[in-house]
Design a protein around this ligand. Structure first.
Ligand code: AHR
Length: 632
């Protein structure tokens, strides 16, 4: 007999959270520096541990010609370069960029520099070179003699496209010149913001219409030690004063060593909030809870010394939501955003565990609940959904009535398929779930994996379970978000880039389809009275979109053969005669997208006809299909 799925449209079981289907941002795999943050110069302020990293001297003068000095009076970025050129020699530096610099023919770029003590007549001359050392763009920048640190800028066009350009900076004129923050940005950034973000990368996020954006990670929140934890206050204010740190992913724990990986914080907390606002996503910052990464040094802040950490959390709420007459609200306004950022949720700790985590979380919870009962607290239960550590934390977090539990799972496709019913019988006691990091890993534990169609389809099957249980699973995000093809530590990732291009993996296509079709109400969809979670390798969920008056059914056929299914809609409402159909399908589970073939796996649009209140549909082998039926 044919398979029939019964859809009880008039009996919704709950609401889909407006925050459903978001993105998880971490500066891993050159996600920020060398990625979405469009700065092209690596180590622009000579602050890396090895101050010449990324730079090469083009001409050598006598000893002392290029001197690195420290200005103890300056905040954050103390080191600068003094060029002593009494003999008026031809002197210059070359910057290699982040695995080269991506520049486009016809586009304009802005070079800027902080400088002081320029003698009259001094000039800077910049040149962009292609891989054959041909000049593809150049400009001259006269320097006015100034008494204190000042900025000079020049814009110039480029006449060739390459992802491996390098920048020469020549200094001419006799005398001494101090320089810092040598920087090159495209003019054409996201929303045209000066020194802003890479437009193509942000567009990929905006296209997903994410319900939230979590930032700044991940393990970088914890830091390998506490000195190198993420401290949001050091990432706001003038970028010239932001103190960089070594990136947590610049370590021996990386699958690939990237010794030049630092966080300059040009993309700091203000910019993260702005990004969230731009793409219509709720901001979800996560803060350190007083523990360094337990896979690393596991350094702990004594319980009675947590005040600074807790104060950081309280001040962050003021920075995001406070009025402009408060200290942190004023800083937000001074940076250009007097209106609040509407922060509603705050994470405390990432993948921390044991009683030490619970004790520290309790201190945060007390202070946050007292001062900001309106803010929902997210707490982490770690990465091992079958482990004792996970169970212990889940029990403890429930007992302390934490608002949202952040569960992570990096597991093989088989786990995602068999866990599509994970939340069907979950405790519903008010505590909500944030599936904060997940990805199907086809190759784990045997090394890095690729986001294949197999991985993506198993995630799609699992996500039917998240959607069916949207009353308890309020938020979900794939992780990590970005990978740079020439500099990554972790794979699979959702979106891959090189210095010029970007593509979405099959998993991205799945995430985007879910996020842009999330609906507003959960509609039960059953087969013989049971949820459709794997029987005959079929998985399904359904939602109603109140604004569009549309039923949206998602079906995963995880079979190598087509499957004929009747979708029976039980409703007093009248369905339209045709429905929209969107399919992601491929018989080859090993297929991936790539820079060369970015759309191997991409959605196909079609229509289907309904016979009364039934749609008879044959689902393609290995497919995710969305049926969107207007009902009035
Ligand atoms: O997503 C990569 C890493 O995986 C995150 O930094 C961490 O939270 C998890 O272990």
């Amino acid at each position: 007999s044919p398979i029939t799925l019964n859809i009880a449209l008039d009996k919704p079981t709950g609401k889909i959270s407006p925050h459903m289907w978001g993105v998880f941002f971490e500066d891993i795999n050159l996600g920020s520096d060398g990625g979405i943050y469009a700065e092209l110069v690596k180590n622009r302020s000579f602050e890396f541990d090895q101050p010449w990293m990324g730079w090469k001297k083009l001409e050598n003068g006598p000893e002392g010609t290029y001197l690195l000095l420290n200005d103890s009076k300056r905040k954050g970025n103390k080191r600068y370069l003094r060029i002593n050129n009494a003999a008026n020699l031809k002197l210059g530096l070359q910057n290699e960029g982040f695995r080269g610099m991506g520049v486009k023919a016809g586009a304009a770029y802005e070079f800027s520099v902080q400088y002081q003590s320029a003698a009259k007549g001094m000039k800077i001359h910049v040149e962009l070179l292609d891989q054959q050392n041909k000049v593809i763009g150049a400009a001259e920048l006269p320097l006015e003699p100034v008494g204190s640190w000042s900025e000079a800028t020049v814009k110039f066009p480029v006449n060739q496209t390459t992802d491996k350009a390098k920048l020469n900076v020549w200094f001419t004129g006799a005398g001494t010149l101090d320089v810092d923050m040598l920087s090159l940005f495209p003019i054409d950034t996201w929303k045209g913001r000066p020194k802003g973000l890479r437009k193509d990368m942000v567009q990929m996020l905006a296209d997903m219409k994410p319900g939230f954006i979590r930032f700044p990670g991940g393990c970088i929140v914890e830091g390998k030690d506490l000195a190198n934890r993420f401290q949001w206050k050091k990432t706001v204010g003038p970028i010239t004063e932001r103190e960089l740190i070594i990136n947590r992913w610049n370590t021996e724990f990386s699958h690939r060593l990237t010794p030049d990986y630092f966080q300059t914080f040009g993309l700091g907390f203000y910019e993260y909030f702005l990004l969230a606002e731009d793409i219509g996503a709720s901001p979800v910052p996560i803060l350190n809870c007083g523990m360094a990464c337990q896979f690393n040094t596991a350094e702990l802040v004594p319980l009675d010394e947590l005040d600074t950490y807790v104060q950081d959390a309280l001040d962050l709420i003021e920075f995001a939501n406070g009025t402009t007459d408060t200290k942190w609200g004023k800083l937000r306004a001074d940076m250009g955003h007097p209106e609040p950022f509407h922060l509603k949720m705050l994470g405390v700790g990432n993948e921390n565990w044991g009683p030490q985590y619970i004790e520290r979380l309790a201190v945060f919870k007390k202070a946050l609940n007292e001062k900001h009962p309106e803010i929902k607290i997210i707490a982490s239960s770690g990465t091992d959904p079958e482990g004792d550590r996970f169970d212990f934390l889940n029990d403890q977090l429930r007992a302390m009535n934490i608002n949202i539990i952040d569960e992570h799972y990096y597991r093989p496709p088989s786990w995602f398929l068999s866990s599509a019913n994970r939340y069907d019988n979950y405790t519903r006691n008010g505590v909500k779930i944030f599936a904060g990091e997940y990805a199907s890993h086809t190759t784990r534990p045997n090394g890095p994996g690729k986001s294949t169609w197999e991985a993506a389809l198993s995630e799609a099957a699992f996500m039917t379970g998240l959607e069916r249980n949207g009353d308890v699973v309020e938020m979900a995000s794939y992780a990590p978000l970005f990978g740079h093809v020439d500099g990554w530590q972790w794979s699979p990732d959702l979106i891959w880039v090189d210095n010029l291009q970007v593509y979405g993996t099959p998993s991205y296509q799945v995430q985007k389809l879910y996020a842009t079709n999330k609906g507003t109400n959960i509609v039960p969809i059953k087969r013989d009275g049971e949820f459709v979670a794997g029987k005959d390798s079929l998985y399904a969920s359904a939602v109603f979109d109140a604004a569009a008056q549309q039923l949206i059914v998602k079906v995963v056929n995880y079979n190598s053969k087509p499957m004929k299914v009747n979708l029976d809609v039980d409703s007093k409402k009248k369905p339209a005669a045709t429905a929209e159909k969107i399919t992601l399908a491929n018989a080859n589970l090993n297929l991936s997208n790539s820079i060369e073939e970015p759309l191997n796996i991409r959605p196909k649009q079609n229509t289907v006809t309904s016979k009364g209140k039934t749609i008879v549909e044959t689902f393609e082998p290995y497919s995710l299909t969305l049926i969107k039926l207007t009902v009035k």
